[in-house]
Design a protein around this ligand. Structure first.
Ligand code: GLP
Length: 261
């Protein structure tokens, strides 16, 4: 695991977009795992700009999103499918058939979860998984006590998550209480993980996830088990970390990061 600290949100988002663009240029049929949430909006805006201005080509790219609310169709403005179309897919040259999210309206949700796992496996597995983090430590919608080896399944959302995400819905009661999410084990199977967290509201949970013990109470702490995981932070989100001098040294000195400095 490596933590990269950038001075502000904009440079953290820019670095994240550049890592994705580099992976896509190296492998035009990249299998890209995607995340939602307000943090990612700027990343997607930058990727759309890279497509428009630099011809970044998504025509061979296949995507799998982490999660979707149970009961919401893609036409619903609060669904994650709608979010992805609006913030990214409609603004780049990706083939709609190559974009995948779990179907929250499936009659048989368990079968839908199994189908989603199978689709990921058939694609050859996720090359790069983009991740955000919820204030309770969730990745995707893997709420506290999610098994560290869990697979795609339906997960009930915590009151804290409902409070955090209810702002997107007309009334808090409109927000679904359950979601289909890739499991922690599904996420750990991806070849590379890139997590982005910005702002002071994430500082406490980032400290627990990166420097605390691995625990099902903080799903993001499972990323400590991943052999190739990069955590990109702005100053504010890194405020609770102890080893910042070391993390800064890595970004400033390691050859891997030269092109991004
Ligand atoms: C939702 C998503 C998570 C995401 C989180 C962060 O809960 N299911 O995948 O990490 O939002 O949201 P934000 O970026 O708005 O803080």
């Amino acid at each position: 695991m490596e933590a990269i600290i950038r001075p502000d949100k904009e440079s953290a988002c820019l670095l994240t977009a550049k890592l994705i663009a580099k992976a896509l240029r190296a492998k035009p049929d990249l299998v890209l795992g995607l995340a939602t949430g307000s943090t990612m909006e700027r990343v997607y805006e930058i990727l759309a700009m890279m497509h428009r201005d630099e011809g970044l080509d998504f025509s061979g790219c296949r995507t799998f999103n982490l999660d979707e609310y149970v009961g919401l169709s893609g036409k619903d403005e609060t669904s994650y499918r709608f979010y992805m179309n609006r913030h990214l897919f409609n603004r780049i040259n990706i083939k709609p058939g190559n974009t995948h999210l779990p179907d929250g309206t499936a009659a048989d949700l368990e079968a839908e979860c199994a189908r989603y796992e199978e689709k990921i496996a058939k694609s050859g597995g996720i090359d790069l998984q983009l991740l955000g983090i919820g204030q309770d430590g969730h990745i995707g919608f893997n709420e506290p006590l999610s098994a560290l080896r869990s697979r795609t399944r339906v997960k009930p959302l915590t009151p804290e998550t409902v409070r955090q995400n209810a702002r997107y819905f007309k009334t808090p009661e409109d927000m679904p209480r359950r979601a289909i999410t890739m499991g922690v084990g599904t996420i750990l199977d991806s070849k590379r993980c890139v997590m982005l967290a910005t702002g002071e509201s994430k500082a406490a949970v980032i400290a627990r996830a990166l420097e605390g013990p691995i625990t099902a109470m903080v799903s993001a702490s499972a990323l400590q088990l991943h052999p190739r995981c990069t955590i990109i932070l702005d100053e504010k989100a890194s405020a609770g970390l102890e080893m910042t001098e070391y993390y800064r040294w890595i970004f400033d000195n390691e050859p891997e990061w030269r092109e991004f400095r």
